[in-house]
Design a protein around this ligand. Structure first.
Ligand SMILES: [Zn+2]
Length: 423
């Protein structure tokens, strides 16, 4: 009996010793790390422990990891931040992107493309935010934040979004303060009258709550459209965000002049002033006729984003990686594209604890392949760009747990059941 317990004790001791040697939950070996905040762009190992980044170094012993990820030949980046999505999914009829059927539940569309944080872009207003939090934010393993719509009812479509009486700066700012962990700014969208009221009310709320405004400029009947030059220089503040940058819809004043096909000279000045230019690709808001001349003129967007909803994901846009691949194909270099999908949006939404791999930061990580081959990237007008490379998500880690592993590159393969992990 004594012998048996001694044996058990020895085994236990041995087991604890082995566990002690394994300092980290995960060691990611040999990947090409791109971390804009920390100026890292090279082959490095990354160790994760207790949900946080524990170490980024040239050579971390694989034996120190309980799980080891072989990332040779792949990019290792902070988890992607898509700051323009529509995830206030629901079943209410005629509710468009606010608890309606056109919005999508985040977890089904994020981890498989390296995204760990999304900002819902105006789905909820101050009246509907509690429902959004209860139904979506609290039940998603993806980190979900919100640009609160300046319309109290949120993005319900139709007459709701045209009601200037429901654009209350004070009540919107109050909600932003009450839910400051989730609300990162205010959204203006779809307003049809050629008036500045929605923009100015949102900026007023932004001043009260000290957060930025994101503008989807004009509505279907805004003819002629209001001037973007006035928007950038007379109405928005440095740090405010212009989404749908590369749109060529007749309801919006475009950044590239329609006759000369040249970038309008004030656009770079606006970016210098501090206006953040966001892609917001969407169903109809990205056009190569705008993007190619802009990039040729040396103008690059600050932030990548999808404008994900049922209308965009099965059209030209598809997902965050397709949007990023489109900019690589147009000549934006890979580290700049990664920065625009990680550190730049983290700064834009004033959540600088995200979008980087600093030691102690939350371990949200994407492992990406750059596939080589023949790829076609096209826009809503049918213009097609042939590409030789395309991003693909190999693995996503959220809060230190592997939540997506395309080819089983972790050893041993242990996938976190996000729903069972008690987050
Ligand atoms: Zn949108």
């Amino acid at each position: 009996m004594l012998k048996k317990s001694f044996l058990l004790f020895s085994l236990l001791f041995l087991f604890i010793t082995i566990l002690k040697c394994q300092t980290y939950n995960i060691v990611i070996k040999g990947g090409h790390v791109i971390d804009a905040k920390n100026n890292i762009n090279g082959i490095m190992d990354v160790a994760v422990n207790d949900g946080k980044i524990a170490l980024v170094a040239k050579n971390i012993d694989a034996r120190q990891g309980r799980q080891v990820v072989d990332a040779k030949g792949k990019y290792v980046t902070p988890g992607l931040i898509d700051m323009h999505e529509h995830v206030f999914a629901g079943t209410e009829p005629d509710h468009y992107l606010s608890n309606g059927l056109d919005a999508l539940p985040p977890d089904g569309f994020t981890f498989r493309v390296g995204v760990t944080t999304v900002v819902d872009c105006g789905g909820a207003g101050w009246k509907s935010f509690p429902t959004f939090k209860k139904n979506i934010i609290d039940h998603s393993y993806t980190r979900v934040l919100s640009f609160l719509n300046i319309v109290g009812e949120g993005m319900r479509g139709g007459a709701y979004e045209q009601d200037a009486n429901d654009m209350n700066s004070k009540l919107s700012a109050n909600a932003a303060r009450q839910y400051k962990d989730y609300i990162v700014g205010f959204k203006v969208a779809h307003y049809e009258a050629a008036e500045w009221t929605p923009v100015d009310r949102a900026v007023e709320a932004g001043k009260l709550a000290d957060i930025p405004v994101i503008v989807d400029f004009g509505g279907d009947d805004t003819h002629p459209p209001l001037s973007i030059e006035d928007l950038f220089f007379k109405h928005l503040r440095p740090g405010d965000i212009y989404t749908h940058t590369f749109t060529e819809l007749d309801r919006r004043d475009p950044i590239v002049d329609l006759k000369s096909r040249q970038l309008k000279p004030f656009v770079k000045d606006a970016q210098k002033k501090g206006i953040i230019f966001d892609v917001g690709y969407g169903g109809g808001s990205f056009d190569f006729r705008q993007a190619l001349p802009a990039i040729k003129a040396g103008f690059f967007p600050n932030t990548m984003s999808t404008d994900l909803h049922t209308g965009s994901m099965n059209a030209a846009m598809k997902d965050m990686l397709n949007v990023m691949s489109t900019f690589v194909a147009m000549g934006m270099d890979v580290p700049a594209v990664i920065k625009a999908g990680t550190w730049a949006p983290a700064q834009a939404i004033k959540h600088e604890e995200l979008g980087n791999l600093s030691v102690g930061a939350v371990a949200d990580i994407a492992v990406l392949n750059m596939r080589q081959g023949d790829f076609g990237l096209w826009d809503r007008m049918g213009y097609k760009v042939n590409a030789k490379q395309n991003f693909e998500c190999e693995m996503t880690i959220r809060g230190g747990k592997i939540v997506y592993d395309l080819n089983g590159i972790a050893t041993p393969i242990v996938l976190t059941d996000a729903k069972a992990s008690g987050h």
